[in-house]
Design a protein around this ligand. Structure first.
Ligand SMILES: [Zn+2]
Length: 171
């Protein structure tokens, strides 16, 4: 029996990063049954590196590629169809469209409302096994930054401290 890697925290064979442990429920929600059973007993970890094709890996070297998931894993594919919120079905394209047409997006608020009302099931449905809000906010920032060239109204101009109410006389 090989004891290689049995002590150390396993790193992803694709990118060398340390992934997050995921539950059997998450693995079963994201993968087809026959793929899930390949890894579920060997403590699968989720690789969140965007450039890495490995979705789940195990300490014994078993891996599942991102294309084996039956959802379009947003973290792995930066295209419009990338799913970011697996409960509400919000894609990167939805957020980009919101920002392009209105300058903002209600996606984070919608997700927060879902979490607060306890109807959110991200911990199971999200391949990373955790809430999607962090990833969604990152993408919102990214898209906003990319579209910052579009001018906003001049209303944002500084209007602070115009009055002279507090100059001197308070000593
Ligand atoms: Zn990786």
């Amino acid at each position: 029996m090989a004891r290689r890697g049995s002590m150390a925290v396993a790193t992803c064979p694709g990118c060398g990063q340390i992934g997050r442990s995921v539950s059997a429920r998450t693995v079963h929600a994201v993968l087809l049954a026959e793929v899930a059973t390949r890894i579920v007993a060997v403590k699968p970890r989720f690789c969140r590196s965007a450039g890495c094709d490995v979705l789940y890996y195990c300490a014994d070297g078993r891996t599942v590629g991102s294309r084996e998931a039956h959802v379009h894993v947003g973290i792995k594919h930066a295209d419009d169809a990338s799913l970011l919120c697996y409960c509400l079905g919000i894609t990167r394209g939805d957020i980009a469209r919101d920002i392009a047409t209105t300058g903002t997006t209600a996606a984070p608020e919608r997700i927060l409302a879902t979490i607060r009302s306890s109807t959110c099931d991200c911990e199971v449905k999200n391949p990373s096994g955790t809430f999607c809000l962090g990833d969604v906010r990152k993408v919102v920032d990214e898209i906003r930054r990319a579209t910052r060239a579009a001018p906003l109204d001049d209303k944002g101009a500084p209007t602070v401290c115009q009055g002279g109410e507090d100059d001197g006389a308070d000593k």
